[in-house]
Design a protein around this ligand. Structure first.
Ligand SMILES: *Cc1c(COP(=O)(O)O)cnc(C)c1O
Length: 498
């Protein structure tokens, strides 16, 4: 299996290089040159497997330059039961009828990013051994909250790696901030920036592709890589849980092998839903992928009209991990859907960075619409959805998941398409305790600090508190750096002692 770049099809690299490098030199994203195909029989054979074996079955088709032993070491290290609070790793829970929730937040940081970021450090160190001849890999991360913590936790004290995380100073929840600023480990740094997530992500991308900075790093035997979902190693682990959820639905008797399902995904950077698209292209019977957004509905507009326009108001919402106006992974979708047209992708991405917008052809958008539907929802509806599902089903979901649940309910109302469906649940409700409690109590949550909020939510709902969040209380803050977005590259030099 070889990988090429969305902006230059002449590039061909193995998976280890794609993962170690993170992003292609000319700024494109690595994509697989072919899509492995899974028959219904093969998918059926995965039903009786553990999550670890399901993961190996999918990953070995993409990471063909990893040996069986290497893959086994990576996957077993990532998805061990002492790191995940569910034996199933990513359990599927039936809510009512055909409505199922895929809980992706049982990992150490209580957000779905753990599904990929527990595995990525293993993939990265094995890849570096194959390709980076002893260099230290410097992971640069821009985060809207959850990636930062999950990456720090995954990479802490991993040999031959350093990790630097940038987050928008006012763009993350108090719990997310505390999770990052108290991070332990000898190879980690965290810095707030005066700006939003898009500012942080654009600056990180610019640093990655700056030849001057790269040369200075090389002199010190270091190289950059990425733990954001622009890295193929972040995306490929996410394909697994779509297969796993499908197998769970068979096991639960909700579907028969071969039946179609829909999948609904609370979306920001378009990584999670794109993994669902890869699963579909591989033969998993997903009929429609529903892209759910909060008030930052740039993707809804794109998927409905074919025009992507980031020139709009940016809203800070109660689902901060989806407060994004530049969804990086859409680039990969455009590449695959346009029949691998690297010239077109390059042109669209140039327009996006120059004018902040682009429009695709009628044919391209109608092809995309055959696979994707989209919707968005307001803050008020998020609160109502949390309350309704808690009152009616005693199911407590976080704000991001609630966006998806609400968009799904609207989708069914509009289309009548109510086949068995998996809704991705991307964070533990405790990670956003204040917002969730306020929703459950109809806006009457008491004024409490973040931790008291966690315990209050537990008292009101009885849902189990996640250990890693409770243990934060006793930790001290290690990182208080703040910088302007223009000064991020200097900060990188400072943090790396260059
Ligand atoms: C990152 C994140 C999302 C968005 O996922 P993308 O892959 O960026 O689309 C949604 N919900 C939560 C809780 C997240 O952390």
């Amino acid at each position: 299996m070889l990988y090429t770049s969305t902006r230059d099809k002449s590039i061909k690299v193995k998976s280890a290089q794609a993962i170690a490098q993170g992003i292609s030199a000319e700024g494109g994203l690595f994509v697989p040159c072919e899509i492995p195909q899974f028959s219904i029989d093969k998918i059926s054979s995965m039903v009786s497997m553990s999550y670890i074996d399901r993961a190996k079955t999918v990953l070995k088709e993409y990471l063909t330059d990893f040996s069986e032993e290497e893959l086994d070491y990576c996957v077993k290290g990532a998805y061990s039961v002492d790191k995940f609070s569910s034996k199933k790793i990513a359990p599927t829970v039936n809510i009512d009828g055909n409505k199922n929730i895929l809980e992706l937040w049982h990992g150490p940081t209580c957000a779905f990013k753990d599904m990929a970021l527990q595995l990525l450090p293993y993939l990265m160190t094995v890849s570096a051994k194959k390709t980076a001849d002893g260099k230290t890999i410097v992971i640069l991360v821009a985060t809207s909250g959850d990636t930062g913590k999950a990456a720090l936790e995954g990479f802490k004290d991993v040999d031959h790696t350093k990790i630097l995380v940038f987050y928008p100073v006012d763009g993350v929840s108090p719990m997310q901030k505390l999770q990052m600023t108290t991070q332990e480990g000898n190879n980690v740094s965290v810095c707030a920036i005066n700006g939003n997530f898009d500012d942080a992500q654009s600056a990180v991308k610019a640093i990655f592709t700056n030849d001057d900075i790269k040369a200075q790093l090389a002199e010190k035997k270091m190289m950059f890589s990425s733990a954001n979902s622009i890295n193929w190693g972040r995306l490929v682990p996410q394909i697994v849980y779509y297969f796993s959820a499908y197998c769970d639905l068979i096991e639960m008797g909700k579907i028969k092998a071969g039946d179609e399902i829909n999948a609904v995904v609370p979306t920001g950077n378009f990584g999670n839903i794109l993994a669902g698209y890869y699963a579909k292209m591989m033969g998993l019977p997903i009929k429609t992928l529903v892209c759910a957004s909060n008030s930052n509905n740039v993707l809804t507009d794109f998927l409905k009209t074919g025009t992507y326009d980031r020139n709009r108001a940016f809203y800070t919402t109660t689902s901060p991990s989806m407060d994004i106006l530049i969804s990086s992974n859409l680039e990969r979708l455009l590449y695959h859907m346009s029949g691998c047209d690297d010239t077109l992708v390059k042109d669209l991405m140039t327009k996006l960075s120059k004018d902040g917008k682009y429009t695709v052809s009628d044919k391209l958008i109608s092809d995309i619409q055959r696979v994707f539907d989209a919707g968005y929802t307001s803050e008020e509806n998020v609160d109502n959805t949390i309350k309704y599902h808690f009152d009616k089903y005693k199911y407590l979901c976080d704000t991001h998941t609630a966006v998806a649940v609400k968009v799904y309910d609207e989708y069914v109302k509009e289309t009548g398409d109510d086949i068995p469906t998996v809704i991705d649940s991307t964070a533990s409700p405790y990670k956003f305790s204040a917002s969730v409690l306020n929703a459950v109590l109809d806006g009457n949550a008491p004024e409490l600090d973040e931790f008291s909020m966690v315990y209050e939510l537990n008292k009101v709902t009885g849902a189990e508190i996640h250990k890693p969040l409770a243990s934060l209380k006793s930790k001290s803050v290690r990182f208080t750096n703040v910088c302007n977005k223009e000064d991020m590259s200097q900060m990188v030099f400072k943090l790396l002692d260059l």
